[in-house]
Design a protein around this ligand. Structure first.
Ligand code: ADP
Ligand code: ZN
Ligand code: ZN
Length: 737
């Protein structure tokens, strides 16, 4: 009997052997149900063999072979194998983590293929006015289809007899099923022969010279090539993507477009859908219902979907004819998963493109230092867009307001207040950026300097004034605001620092007639609220918009002519060496919100360090200069991108156990005597969270290969250390500390 080696969702680095009857057809990549102890688990067939190292009597037969969906293709299995190896995460868990939840369960995944209908040229040529009036239903169907293709589910609502009438129209040659929604036959090879599908896409802008150069460079690349598209906000990167996608679709290949979490707004999806209305586009992100996600995944796999638009998890979508990968905002932290399989979707996408031999484009106004460094050494090809695409759109004026020279009114400098006033008079919108929600970050006793610490975390309880509560933003702990100091019973407790709620109150008091809107996670908690708010903003129902980084990303507010940044200095001298890189990217993005339309924008940054190179570069719109400063710093400190890192994280309820484990791990690391640099054990940036103590240990090396060799030797040792009551994980290429 054949032996199947199965990948199971278990924290073990092995495959599991099962038998299957000779006459049961089963192939690699197929999903199966197998007995495991008392449970039945879903697994994926990884290999087929004739023998097993287990004694014959100990091998159990598989319970069921699932054939409701096609097997996972070899390319995907290969990609998952790479991820498991590179991130040192168990293969089975890697495989199962990549699948949509529906495919991870034993329930049958019913593949409902939506059937679309459209008019044939003959049908489109009909004059409905002359169509026999008594054929009411047929007329209705034709009229409906004249406005565009429609799904059967929509057509059947037109009449109870729609089915028969539709068939009649098909017979007459007026109506046909529209391709693209029934699975296409698999094309022989990706990027192969010119298929020249006759798509005519919705009107595109004529590219400017820089855009054209970028598009030409990518199109001239018939094999793997990694392109870094560096373009200031508004320089037309999206337009470059569109042209590349268009060319790829014409060639008959599938396109994968990865975008950061927050950017996947219905707007963006609509934008692409409208532009590529003739082809099927599916999205893949965690906001989709399970059924829809499985459907979209299967459409990607069948080749029906020509464009997949998704967040990081979409990098694992099976795409048999994949011919182009685009990663928008490649520097964005949301491409890195922060638990479980801690993969970087950007890096996995690059691996995938390389393995497939296709081009990949990474786009950003503020590329990550890693990508920039690769571009400067020639590993990536740099493509630059240095001008705003719309001729009259000027770059905003960015300036700093030095903080130590001016008295502040509740965190607002007189200059900023004057600028706000001016916008109100002119009927223009302003945006204030403050990356701190709540009323005040902490409450303090004026007598004994008691502060509102969280009993379960190393963080502080944030004051939320509206419901008079103190809340921990790390563990969710909350309590009523005490009337007197819990420590000395003094009646005066003072909110220290400024959060978005406090700023909102200040603005309301200062500008009583202004329409003020706060956008942060508290004010947008209910589904759809943020969407409604965006409409309010677009329709000019808001004068002053204030909020956290939710406001910074990917939304165009054409009437905003003033952006004020309130408290950015925390990012300048942080313990996290990437903090200033992130800060620059974030501020460049917020600044990009100002004056995108034909109104010039102004950006005012309140800072105690106006001469810091970060602000100087930001004011000069000079990403390159800033990157030079950062790279010099990193080279000197021996930090990425000049080294590669792995971070061991551990947490547990018992502080001593956590540190004992970590010290033993460090001893083991040093004992291996390999050419890597082993740092000391230190508490995590937040040393305690929800009663768990958290520590970390950094190991680094100038090149990847020796670091990987080291991890391969170290990991088995870690797994033998006493770790009862602890959780630990390796984070390869960690982003946050
Ligand atoms: P980015 O993604 O780089 O921020 P977008 O692609 O959103 O920039 O382009 C900014 C604006 O410029 C959009 O309104 C877009 O329609 C317009 N645009 C892009 N390319 C061109 C072009 N070649 N000619 C005219 N307008 C353009
Ligand atoms: Zn007190
Ligand atoms: Zn807490």
């Amino acid at each position: 009997m054949p032996i199947l080696r199965i990948a199971l969702d278990l924290p073990l680095f092995t495959l599991f052997d099962y038998t299957v009857a000779d006459d049961v057809p089963v192939v690699v990549g197929q999903r199966v149900i197998v007995p495991f102890g008392k449970r039945q688990l879903l697994g994926v067939v990884w290999e087929r063999g004739a023998e097993s190292s287990l004694a014959a009597g100990r091998i159990k037969p598989v319970t069921a072979v699932l054939d409701d969906v096609p097997p996972l293709p070899a390319e995907l299995l290969n990609l998952l194998r790479f991820c498991s190896d590179y991130y040192h995460f168990p293969l089975g868990q890697t495989v199962l983590a990549a699948l949509p939840a529906r495919l991870r369960s034993g329930q049958a995944v019913v593949q409902k293929t939506a059937v679309f209908y459209g008019l044939t040229p003959l049908g489109a040529g009909l004059n409905l006015a002359e169509f026999p009036a008594r054929k009411m239903v047929q007329r209705r169907i034709l009229a409906r289809l004249a406005t565009g293709g429609a799904e059967w589910s929509a057509l059947k609502k037109l009449s109870a007899t729609a089915g028969g009438q539709l068939k009649a129209l098909e017979k007459l040659g007026y109506v046909t099923r529209v391709a693209g929604c029934t699975p296409l036959p698999p094309s022989p090879a990706c990027g192969g022969g010119e298929q020249n599908t006759a798509h005519s896409f919705a009107s595109a802008h004529a590219l400017n010279a820089e855009q054209q150069t970028a598009v030409d460079a990518v199109l001239a690349c018939p094999r793997y090539g990694c392109f870094l598209l560096h373009g200031i906000t508004g320089s037309g990167k999206t337009e470059v993507y569109m042209h590349l996608m268009q060319a790829a679709l014409r060639r008959g290949v599938q396109v994968l477009l990865l975008v950061p979490e927050i950017n996947l707004t219905p707007q963006l999806e609509q934008y692409f859908r409208r532009r590529f209305a003739e082809v099927e586009l599916v999205s893949l992100h965690s906001g989709l219902a399970e059924g829809a996600r499985a459907q979209n995944w299967l459409h990607a796999q069948s080749g029906a979907a020509r464009i997949v638009l998704g967040t990081r998890l979409a990098v694992f979508a099976p795409l048999p004819q994949l011919g182009l990968i685009l990663v928008d905002e490649e520097h964005d932290g949301s491409f890195k998963q922060q638990d479980g399989l801690r993969y970087s979707a950007r890096d996995v996408a690059i691996f995938r493109a390389n393995w497939r031999g296709i081009p990949i484009v990474l786009g950003s106004a503020t590329p990550s230092l890693e990508s920039w460094q690769h571009a400067s050494t020639g590993r990536y090809h740099l493509l630059s867009l240095t001008q705003r695409a719309v001729a009259h759109a000027r770059l905003p004026n960015i300036g700093c307001i030095p903080l130590n020279q001016t008295p502040l009114y509740e965190g607002l400098s007189p200059l900023l207040i004057a600028a706000l006033e001016q916008r109100l008079q002119r009927g223009e919108q302003s945006l204030l950026f403050l990356n701190r929600r709540g009323y005040a970050p902490v409450l303090m006793c004026t007598e004994c300097s008691w502060v509102s610490g969280c009993p379960h975390c190393a963080g502080k309880l944030v004051l939320h004034q509206k419901d008079r509560r103190l809340r921990c933003h790390h563990c969710g702990q909350q309590q009523r605001v005490p009337l007197v100091c819990p420590s000395c019973q003094h009646p005066e407790l003072r909110p220290i620092g400024i959060g978005t709620q406090r700023l909102e109150a200040t603005l309301q008091a200062r500008f009583p007639t202004a329409r003020i809107l706060r956008v942060d996670r508290d004010s947008t908690r209910n589904q759809g609220t943020w969407h409604a708010m965006r409409q309010q903003i677009e329709q000019g129902e808001v004068d002053i918009l204030l909020g956290t980084q939710m406001l910074a990303k990917g939304h165009d507010f054409p009437n905003v002519t003033l952006v004020g940044v309130l408290n950015p200095d925390g990012g300048l001298y942080s313990a996290d060496f990437r903090a200033s890189e992130k800060l620059f990217a974030q501020l460049a993005q917020v600044a990009g919100r100002a004056g995108r339309a034909d109104k010039a924008g102004e950006v005012l940054i309140q800072t105690a360090f106006p001469d810091h190179p970060l602000f100087r570069a930001l004011c000069a719109h000079d990403y390159v200069a800033w990157t030079k400063v950062l790279l010099a710093e990193r080279a000197q400190a021996g930090f990425p991108p000049f080294v590669h890192q792995v971070l061991l994280r551990a947490e547990g309820l018992q502080e001593s156990a956590v540190y004992e484990f970590m010290h033993a791990a460090r001893t083991a690391a040093r004992g291996l005597n390999m050419s890597v640099e082993v740092y000391g054990v230190i508490p995590a940036a937040l040393p305690k969270r929800a009663n768990h103590f958290m520590a970390q240990l950094l190991v680094q090396c100038p090149s990847r290969k020796p670091l990987q060799d080291f991890i391969r030797a170290w990991k088995p040792q870690l797994d033998t250390l006493p770790s009862k009551g602890l959780r630990y994980a390796l984070d390869i290429d960690p982003l946050g500390f």
